[in-house]
Design a protein around this ligand. Sequence first.
Ligand code: ADP
Ligand code: MG
Length: 728
Amino acid sequence: MSTLRFQAIQQTLTRIPINFLEKERRSAIFGSNVFNETAMRQYLTGEALEMINDAILKGSKINRTVANHIATGMKEWAIAKGATHYTHWFQPLTGATAEKHDAFFEPIAGGLAIEKFGGGQLVQQEPDASSFPSGGIRNTFEARGYTAWDPTSPAFIYGTTLCIPTVFVAYTGEALDYKTPLLRALQAVDSAATAICKYFDKNVRKVNASLGWEQEYFLIDSALVLSRPDIVLTGRTLLGHAPAKGQQLDDHYFGTIPNRAMQYMKDLETECMLLGIPVKTRHNEVAPNQFELAPIYEEANLAVDHNSLLMDVMAKVADRHNFKVLLHEKPFAGVNGSGKHNNWSLSTDTGVNLLSPGKTPMSNLQFLTFFINTIKAVNDNEEILRASIASASNDHRLGANEAPPAIISVFIGEQLTNVLNELENVTTGKLSPEEKTELKLNVVGKIPEILLDNTDRNRTSPFAFTGNKFEFRAVGSKANCASPMTVLNSIVAKQLIEFKSEVDVLIDKKGMKKDDAVFNVLREYIKKSKDILFEGNGYSEAWEKEAKKRGLSNNKTTPEALKAKISKKALELFEDLGVMNKIESESRYEIEMEEYVLRIQIEGRVLGDIARNHVVPTAVKYQNVLIENVKGLKEIYGENFKKQAKEQLNLIEEISNHIEAINSDVTKMTNERKKANAIDDIDKKAFAYCNKVKPFFDDIRYHCDKLELLVDDELWPLTKYRELLFTK
Ligand code: ADP
Ligand code: MG
């Protein structure tokens, strides 16, 4: 095994960077593998184009004849670009993307063949769904699943395959994927927000949620990764002593990008350009060999698709450069983990960002309306929001010293805090003309100016307002953004619906003017949402105590966090909005608990295996060397040998102690795993894995890492942290 380690290092050190030459301007190739407006104009009839645009804007249905036209156009375009196959591309609840390729090719009578792709194949397919997770849905209904075209996300070509973004649903209508509830949530927030915009501007007909994700990742040489069975099987290192130098010098952050990584990024970004993913920013992150890639924000559904696609493309391009991309939230203990900040805002079809202060007092009142409603939505549903980002891997990151804690709170900065304080004191009922003028001039009217120099950035806040958007920072690097986006847009939709009905009551029943009514309701919301606002250090013990006093949840582990998904409140929220019915919510809960169990189970097995079959035998081997040495000393020095062999004797004993501890911990862990496996109830099983099995991981690791420090470096079989993190 140690030979594998040294071979891997050797291989890494002698790699020649695969230079990537960008031949064309990015603007020239952007979206050229996407069936976008330009391609559609060329390949579709005017009528078909109009129907697609209607479907995108209004969600209207596309009839069969037109679907046939579109399919034919799409096929011609794809074949002209070298595609031979097509696939319905979807996001089942495994978190990965799924595709099954079919050739356009079809034999016809007379030994001839044609390329065929009709409306039927475009609109609906029936993949063999039996191996995708469905929670209770399939058991309850024995439902088969089908995929259906999502015209709001354009088809694209990857490799030689035409990929058609689709939803994946059971025949009984239940969603079996991430996209379906997201689309429903986006629709809910659209209609709720549009209704409110009409208070301010009658011309608004649609509100889109926008998402700009920031993808963090580690880039490690593939030979090094393959020499570590834990990374190969679990995506992270289960053991490994911290290197003498870690990230304490902060010399990687925003530093010069190493050449091999740079070539990879250029290649990756070029692929992104072809696929219409508008990537813009790249830089080194805090940890060694950690990087970030961010696009320009897009409509949320498209942005989610693009992020899912990106994660696939990242892995594929990495192969060409002899890298592996680690998307795990915490691949290395003691160094920063990776997240995926979700920058979110709402914008109207008239081009207004509702979370950006405007030029007039009225547009600022609109900004405040959406700003305060978002805060209230998070305040009232923090636990459901926390549940949306729960996973076994993200548990390692949340609450670790660099990432947001498991407690959800909102950071808005000092200036906006002052604005809210002022608004909290507005008069109940009708406002006097003087008060209104004062408000408009000196509070609401001043927002754009104060925001200009609002530079506070609180890195530890899980949910921060950053000038013209909220940034949900607790999302894991590996996660599909659909889940947090579904929840965030749903809770905001629900909040906006409530807001409208409260304002309308004041207008209709109390005869208030619109802006008086808005001020009145917002004032009450500010009072009610105080608990969620927090500007301080997110991972201090003081905040934990304070948050507890405020009644905020602090669910540190996935099984605890996921519970909120099936609370009465959550079930009703999603049901009322038509985002997910009870069965859909419950099935997701079940799938995620199951996934948690499987992840910890695999980690437990891998750790037990590495500890017993790699670490212990190596330690014994080294111990034997020491024993031989002691024997030799005894031969030379006779009874006096103890003086010369003192250190060796100590080491022999220390090694024995660690070996003993490892063996006994692995045995205990295995027994707990067996007990947990015998539990049928998924809740109890997940908690058993979390509370009984997982705690052994740290103990076993501790002793293995101690041995790493004791054993001769030449013998150590596992590639060390310094080699994984500092070989470029
Ligand atoms: P940071 O300093 O956090 O890296 P950036 O300004 O680089 O912030 O933006 C990060 C992400 O936020 C990018 O994807 C960017 O496109 C996106 N973003 C910017 N404005 C908005 C907005 N109004 N709504 C949603 N996302 C936005
Ligand atoms: Mg950011």
